[in-house]
Write a protein that binds this ligand. Sequence first.
Ligand SMILES: [Zn+2]
Length: 195
Amino acid sequence: MIWKVNNIQQDFKGRSQEVDFGAELYIRNNSVSIDVEITPLFCSHCMNQLDGMFVIEGTRYGHVGEVFCKCGAKINCVASDNLVQWIDSSTYINNQEYGIKRHFDFKESYRLNDTSWGLLNSIGFDIYKEYSNQKINLSKLLFDLKLKLNIEHIKNHTNTKKGLGINKLPAIITDWVSLLEMIEKKEITPYNSGS
Ligand SMILES: [Zn+2]
C-alpha cells in the first residue's frame, strides 16, 4: 500500500504526519540494513515531483500500489520486498506506460550507506558500537546525534543534489542529509565519547 501523507490517514502505529516517517535501521556487527517508510514520487508525464510525500506501508511480492499525479497520470510503484531499499515508479496515461521508469535507490538518495556510517565514525560516533544488534529508527539516530554532538538546530542545506528530478526529500531525510553535510563542512565539533 502507498498513500500520500495528509495528517489524517494513519499507519498501523497511528502515525499520520510527514515528520513521523523515516527509515528503520537494522544494525548488525558490520552492516546496516535499511527499511524505508516514506518516499517522494516523480511523474514522467508532466515531469514534476508529485506534491507531498508518500508512505510505503507493506508490499505484496514487491507491488506497493499506485497514486495519481494532479496531471492525471497514474504512478505505479514497485519496491524491494520485505525490506524497502529501493522503489521503481512507472507512469501511465490512459493505461499506456509513458516515459521512463524511475528507479530510486534509498541507500544512495537518502545517504543511508557505508559512506555515511564512516562519516559518523570520523567524528567519533560508531554506529555499530552504539546500537550493536539493534533495530532503531532514523529519527532515534538523529535525536541521539543531536544530543551527543550538542546540535540545537540542523541547518537545512537546500543545495543538496537529490537526482532524478526530485527536489524535495521527506522531513527526517532532509534533516539527516543536512546533518551529514554539516559534518562534511566541519561545522560540527567531533564527539568525544570519553568526556
Ligand atoms: Zn504528472
